[in-house]
Design a protein around this ligand. Structure first.
Ligand SMILES: [Mg+2]
Length: 233
């Protein structure tokens, strides 16, 4: 029996003509930890908004993240905040830790068909990160949290919206993503699903961020996106 962590064979993806990538911790590795900056900004926003100390703000932020899929969704639900202002504050970060990734750029470019970034962040953030990595030009479009009407992955309706907006034939699509639960909807839509896991265990993941053997919605698991894509080219 094949292990999910085995590299794929070319024929497993020969039907795929739509390539869908999450951004954070997928197109760049977890250990670069760009998200830590966003996370700190979100905590500061919550602290400021509700006049909380850093620890209480952090706790509440994580609770919203867990219960609503994103901190933003929780803040909108419970405190009716302006999403645009929050997103601007959250994404004021330094992109210089992201290196140009020439080998990733070459394999993404070589994939046959259309390529998309599908993120719970913003277009502005995705463009800045993808530009820093040197891969931005390979994508037809970026579907972000604004396009999703602020309903984040893993909500099924958001994948439907993405697919219909871009006329994506989901049974000819593959999705790459670092959060296991964000691969449930794409699997149901007939997409091939690839979970990206950290190559370096740099900090503890939350339990629900970790895949287990019962995750039938995950077709493949890899810590090396470039190597994975090379195997199917
Ligand atoms: Mg991600």
């Amino acid at each position: 029996m094949n292990d999910k962590t085995d590299l794929p064979s070319k024929s497993d993806f020969s039907h795929v003509s739509e390539w869908v990538f999450d951004l954070d911790n997928t197109l760049y590795p977890h250990h670069i930890d760009l998200f830590a900056q966003i996370d700190r900004n979100m905590t500061a926003y919550v602290a400021d908004l509700l006049d909380l100390g850093p620890e209480d703000a952090r706790k509440l932020q994580k609770q919203y993240y867990h219960d609503h899929g994103t901190t933003l969704r929780g803040l909108m639900h419970h405190h009716n905040i302006d999403p645009a202002g929050f997103l601007d504050a959250a994404h004021k970060i330094d992109y210089s830790p992201l290196p140009v990734d020439e080998s990733l750029s070459a394999v993404i470019k070589a994939l046959p068909g259309r390529k998309f970034i599908f993120t719970n962040g913003t277009v502005k953030h995705a463009e800045a990160a993808a530009k820093a990595l040197g891969i931005l030009d390979h994508f037809e479009d970026i579907f972000d949290i604004v396009a999703a009407d602020y309903v984040p992955k893993p909500a099924g309706q958001t994948y439907d919206k993405f697919a219909s907006l871009h006329r994506v034939t989901t049974n000819k699509a593959a999705m790459f993503e670092d959060l296991p639960r964000n691969l449930i909807a794409p699997k149901l839509l007939g997409m091939k699903t690839v979970l990206i896991v950290p190559s370096v265990v740099d900090q503890p993941l939350e339990r629900w961020e970790i895949a287990d053997d019962n995750d039938e919605h995950i077709d493949y698991v890899t810590s090396d996106l470039t190597g994975f894509l090379k195997a199917i080219l």
